[in-house]
Write a protein that binds this ligand. Structure first.
Ligand code: XMP
Length: 509
């Protein structure tokens, strides 16, 4: 992406950091998330927002802000921890709090405020803090306090440094967007973020860069790979060759349905059926990490083999999105790091000696979906539940066999179809069936029978980092269970997974 003016969000570890960057973009201003210790202000940075975070400024290793940033003259907005850090560094006083304020708290404007311009005198805000500012630094005025008499907003209009104790980025704060908009207007930056323009510019950029060379990409029917392929197809036409590898571990009939819907989007898909190769490599393998490794490596081998057949190939398109970029490069907790490790289909680029095109690298997931709509990609693809690269192999606990795959595909299809029929599919974040490696007793006719057990999993989540199990009704679960038992020969028992993440992961392996 061409260099452009931006608002930088310094990430001090708040759970709301991404939301903050998205809010700023929604208001039409390009924003990026940066780790404080890596940040060097330059001419493109028009405003700096310090996020909240779990630390106290008195913790020995609490993240800091550099003098260079404080003295850059660029307008700054500190939020929660960001406010305390500003107060602490600029000579104010921060008080360690035992009680703090959590949840909805009313604040009142006590003095004329540039940051709160146009906001009613009293508003409800969302707070989540222990420490608070007792005395603002010199040159700062307190312009709002909470009804608990805690400093809620401070500002230094001469230096254009502002800070709020609450979270303007969350929906629970009334007038939160107005407050962020006021800060953006203080920065003097012109709005420059608009997804229609983004798509147009991206297409031109790719066309210019690639010229008449050829590019390939792997498509799975998932949101990111589809949107990336459609953008590049608009730039390169048939010089983009999207490859769909059928590893035999897809959901029922997807090997036919996915290429068909991708072709409708104008993509000239190359379908490679490698299902036998994958299945034979997975024979006798039970260990989940081993399955992932085998699938990852086989995928690369198959993909490379196809790529080598294409003359004049120079580029590889990847559907990397912005959350992948920030998670792999930054504060990410070990949990996040682990999730990402299995997202990578292992080193495609390094091995292949191709130049990389990443048309979605600057975008959040919801922005990718919006761009998908701009490009007329149907909802059936844009709203699809996430599906792991190793597919059903990690939903069959134990060895993957053709027979197990058939059982799981049938049960999973019944569950998903019923979710769709009842209008529940779009309400859960991800849902699927898992085949367990145990047999359980039942009575079929007059005889005892030992048959397979299937677990149903449905979760609510935003990005998959944490998840709550979905509260599907007993009636619905009953209908799914009866239909599976009644129509899938070989499955004798159905259970529902009521574990959240953490401690459990979304997938069973
Ligand atoms: P977990 O099971 O780690 O899953 O809670 C979080 C999200 O990641 C997906 N997932 C994977 N995606 N390759 C992938 O491409 C994998 O090996 C993999 N394992 C889990 C999972 O479906 C969920 O959406």
């Amino acid at each position: 992406m061409k260099l452009q003016e931006k608002i930088v969000v310094l990430d001090y570890g708040s759970q709301y950091t991404q939301l903050l960057a998205r809010r700023i973009r929604e208001l039409g201003f390009y924003s990026e998330i940066v780790i404080p210790k890596d940040f060097k202000p330059d001419n493109f940075v028009k405003g700096i927002v310090l996020s909240g975070g779990p630390n106290s400024v008195y913790d020995p290793n609490s993240p800091d802000i550099s003098t260079e940033v404080l003295e850059s003259g660029i307008p700054i907005l500190g939020i929660c921890y960001g406010m305390q850090l500003l107060a602490h560094k600029l000579g104010g006083e921060v008080e360690e709090g035992e009680l703090g304020e959590y949840g909805g708290v009313e604040i009142e404007i006590t003095d004329s405020s540039k940051l709160l311009y146009g906001v009613p005198r009293r508003i409800r805000t969302w707070m989540s803090h222990g420490d608070s500012v007792k005395k603002p630094p010199e040159g700062f005025e307190v312009t709002a306090k909470s009804l608990n008499n805690i400093v809620a907003v401070i500002e230094n209009r001469k230096k254009n440094i502002y800070a709020v104790q609450f979270h303007p980025e969350v929906a629970q704060t009334e007038y939160g967007s107005s407050i962020i908009r006021n800060f953006l207007s203080i920065t003097g930056m012109k709005p420059n973020w608009n997804l229609e323009n983004y798509v147009k510019t991206k297409i031109e950029e790719i066309r210019e860069r690639v010229g008449n060379s050829k590019a390939i990409c792997a498509v799975s029917g998932g949101v990111d790979s589809t949107v990336a392929a459609v953008i590049v197809n608009k730039a390169l036409g048939n010089n983009l060759i999207p490859i769909f590898v059928n590893h035999g571990l897809l959901r029922m009939n997807e090997e036919l349905e996915v290429p068909k819907s991708l072709k409708k989007l104008g993509l000239k898909i190359l379908v490679v059926d490698a299902s036998k190769e994958f299945l034979s490599k997975l024979r006798n393998v039970e260990d989940p990490e081993m399955k992932r490794k085998i699938i990852g490596e086989t995928f690369i081998r198959v993909f490379e083999r196809e790529a080598n057949k294409i003359e004049g190939l120079e580029y590889l398109v990847q559907g990397t999105i912005y959350s992948d970029v920030i998670e792999s490069g930054s504060t990410g907790s070990s949990n996040i790091a682990k999730i990402k490790s299995h997202h990578n289909v292992g080193g495609l680029p390094e091995k292949m000696d191709l130049k990389i095109i990443e048309p979605l690298r600057e975008l959040f997931k919801d922005e990718v979906r919006k761009i998908g709509s701009i490009l007329n990609i149907p909802d059936e693809i844009l709203q699809r539940h996430p599906f792991p690269g190793p597919g059903l192999a990690i939903r069959i606990i134990g060895e993957v066999t053709e027979e197990n795959l058939q059982l799981l595909k049938k049960a999973d299809r019944i569950f998903i179809d019923l979710l769709k029929d009842k209008g529940l599919y779009d309400k859960v974040w991800q849902a699927f069936a898992v085949l367990l490696p145990i047999k359980s007793v039942g009575v079929v006719g007059d005889k005892r029978a030992y048959e397979n057990v299937v677990a149903l999993r449905a979760v609510q989540s935003t990005e998959g980092m944490t998840a709550e199990w979905s509260n599907l009704s007993y009636e619905f679960l009953d209908e799914v269970a009866k239909k599976i038992i009644g129509s899938v020969k070989g499955i004798g028992r159905v259970v529902y997974d009521v574990t959240s993440k953490p401690p459990a992961t979304i997938e069973w392996e």
